[in-house]
Design a protein around this ligand. Structure first.
Ligand code: TXA
Ligand code: MG
Length: 326
């Protein structure tokens, strides 16, 4: 069991230290604008294997390769369509992952045997510098145990992964707070494989076309499981319009109950409560932090007042649906 070192990205030498650990095949949780990633050297199969072990993630779930230079995509993708360059121009570095046809040389360990490779250039100075210093690309799934809530601070990583990884580079709280949008460019028409802060409409506007409803990879990939992003506390979602009426009836008597709400002030049945913003971007930024602190409060149940079902809330709804799926 490694001792997990905490490195402060603002201290001199911390980024060099993180890059050296990665060079030796060790695992370092790195900050990104979306969530913290559990990084390993993509060129080192033993490091890649250790990521699966540390997360207790089943093999066959593919990993995103993180780059510090967009031109590196040509090392991984067999074909880079014009649509990819347009999206890169508009959104990289940023919370957008591109799924492209992989080169034959790319290890099945990274792609889980899928025909595509997922690539992203994150918008976090410390992580971009770490990759540059390492001089190689990294693979980085979210730095949480399999199926659990992604970390949006170094403390979240330490709480869940301490002793299982070599270090965490503390780069502050993530500004986006939910995982990147994945755009699948392996099919005839681009499609969204995972919704995120960059919306379907944003992508359509950038490309000047309408996206296909179905992503060819979405069905095939085991990472797309229904139960995901789950707090340890059993979680129940209630629609905003019904919350005030349903919550007192559904809350088991005598239980310790947490509530994450945005519009309807919970009554005395709530032991703990946290209010999130009525704006989707601000809501997303704090959602996982709210879930992590509810998990620290030894509750029997967590109730979440669901936001409106409009397009701008799509990514948040995707995460909440999976968090509440039992
Ligand atoms: O924001 C993010 O994307 C974060 C940060 C750390 O960059 N990373 C992240 O990685 O969310 P992970 O492993 O937790 O989720 C990656 C998703 C999974 O649903 C996986 O199935 C999909 O991307 N994916 C990765 N590679 C793929 C591939 N080759 N084909 C299809 N889907 C892929
Ligand atoms: Mg994840």
């Amino acid at each position: 069991m490694p001792h997990t070192l905490k490195l402060d990205a603002t201290q001199s030498g911390a980024i060099e230290h993180a890059a050296n650990l990665l060079r030796r095949g060790q695992l370092v949780a790195l900050p990104t604008e979306t969530v913290y990633g559990l990084a390993g050297d993509a060129a080192n199969p033993r490091a890649v294997k250790k990521i699966f072990e540390a997360k207790q993630r089943p093999l066959g779930h593919p990993l995103i390769v993180h780059l510090s230079d967009p031109r590196r995509i040509e090392q991984w993708a067999s074909k880079v369509p014009e649509t990819a360059w347009k999206l890169i121009e508009e959104y990289w570095p940023g919370p957008l992952t591109l799924l492209l046809p992989k080169k034959d040389s790319v290890s099945d360990f990274i792609t889980g045997g899928q025909p595509g490779i997922a690539l992203r250039m994150p918008a976090h100075r410390a992580t971009l510098e770490t990759i540059k210093l390492l001089g190689r690309d990294i693979v980085a799934p979210s730095a949480n145990p399999y199926g659990r809530v992604s970390p949006t601070s170094a403390e979240h990583v330490i709480n869940a992964m301490s002793g299982r990884i070599d270090a965490v580079l503390d780069g502050g709280h993530c500004t986006v707070g939910i995982e990147s949008t994945i755009v699948d460019l392996t099919g005839e028409r681009p499609s969204i494989a995972r919704p995120g802060q960059i919306s379907q409409r944003d992508i359509e506007q950038c490309l000047g076309i309408s996206l296909s409803g179905k992503s060819p990879s979405q069905q095939a990939v085991p990472g797309n499981v229904k139960r995901h992003y789950q707090p340890n506390t059993p979680t129940i979602g209630l629609p905003a319009g019904d919350f005030s009426e349903q919550f007192p009836r559904r809350a088991p008597k005598g239980a310790r109950i947490g509530v994450i709400w945005w519009q309807s002030v919970p009554g005395p049945e709530a032991t703990e409560s946290t209010r999130l913003a009525a704006d989707p971007d601000e809501y997303a930024r704090m959602l996982y932090t709210a879930m992590h602190s509810m998990d620290q409060a030894a509750l029997d149940y967590l109730f979440i007042e669901l936001p409106p079902e409009t397009d701008r809330w799509m990514a948040v709804h995707d995460r909440l649906r999976r968090a509440c799926s039992r």
